[in-house]
Write a protein that binds this ligand. Structure first.
Ligand code: PLP
Length: 271
């Protein structure tokens, strides 16, 4: 890829991460739809016959060629505005988007998911279009590093007194007995795992309210868990050093963790 690629120079691009189990990608259609939406949101047009579907097809070949068609792997696909002499506005005439696709072996953190993780709170310093999956991840990177330095798995981001999402995950919490998650708006990434879990919760008749959790409600959380493509359902048992609920993964968390794992293992919604 050129050093003049705008993804490299400006972070001018978007990306997706998919999970593959036994050579099959999970929720491909949702990821492809989100990639299309992100591209539209930042006004990058794919050239010729290129499409998210072509990219996942290439991903499938990469899995085979790299001995990753069995077991678990991740697919990373990135589209940038392409390479051009550095200038902030879009290149005129337009240039072909820069496309990068890779696969990597993935080992789920089973032990941590069972025991539950620690998290910290951190100011949400991101821009106003967090619903687009763009390469501009510096606030997420810095928050994640702070979490790591404090021995935590995730930083829960707080904007205007509201817990929006994690630096790399969405979250669900139980306040006064009700399961809640942030609604999809421009302040969070519409996570695919979040959407899948919302459907699964309805199937097993667990009520879910899409209503933000305020920072001042944190002490009333009896359960908390994170969701993401590689995170699945990760219980949070400690937040800013204090136990969440009784300091163990909660009952709803365990049920939803189980239904998601079953859904992943069944291969349903995978191709
Ligand atoms: N929120 C942010 C900021 C993320 O970066 C991610 C995943 O990368 C998520 C949420 C979870 O999204 P998904 O479930 O689609 O992996």
């Amino acid at each position: 890829m050129s050093v003049e690629d705008r993804g490299f120079v400006f972070g001018d691009g978007v990306y997706e991460v998919l999970r593959s189990i036994g050579g099959k990608f999970f929720a491909t259609r949702f990821h492809n739809e989100r990639l299309t939406r992100s591209l539209k949101g930042v006004r990058i047009e794919l050239a010729g016959k290129d499409s998210p579907e072509c990219f996942t097809e290439i991903g499938r070949e990469l899995l085979k060629e790299n001995g990753l068609a069995s077991g678990e792997a991740t697919l990373y696909m990135q589209v940038t505005r392409g390479a051009a002499t550095r200038a902030h506005y879009f290149p005129t005439p337009g240039v072909a988007p820069g496309i990068y696709i890779s696969v990597a072996k993935f080992e789920p953190p089973a032990e941590l998911r069972d025991r539950g993780a620690a998290a910290i709170t951190h100011p949400d310093l991101r821009w106003g279009r967090c619903d687009l999956k763009t390469l501009n991840l510096l606030p997420n990177v810095l928050a994640s590093q702070t979490a790591k330095e404090k021995g935590a798995f995730e930083a829960m981001l707080i904007r205007d007194g509201i817990v929006t999402e994690g630096a790399k995950t969405n979250f669900f919490g139980v306040v006064d007995g009700s399961l809640r998650t942030h609604p999809t708006d421009t302040h969070i990434l519409p996570g695919i795992t979040r959407a899948v879990l919302k459907d699964l919760a309805a199937e097993v008749r667990i009520d879910l309210e899409e209503r933000p959790i305020r920072a001042d409600e944190i002490p009333r959380l009896s359960e908390l868990f994170l969701t993401g493509t590689t995170t699945d359902v990760m219980p949070v048992v400690q937040l800013d050093g204090a136990p969440v609920g009784n300091g163990k993964p909660g009952e709803l968390t365990r049920r939803l963790q189980k239904v998601l794992l079953e859904s992943l293992a069944s291969g349903e919604g995978s191709d």
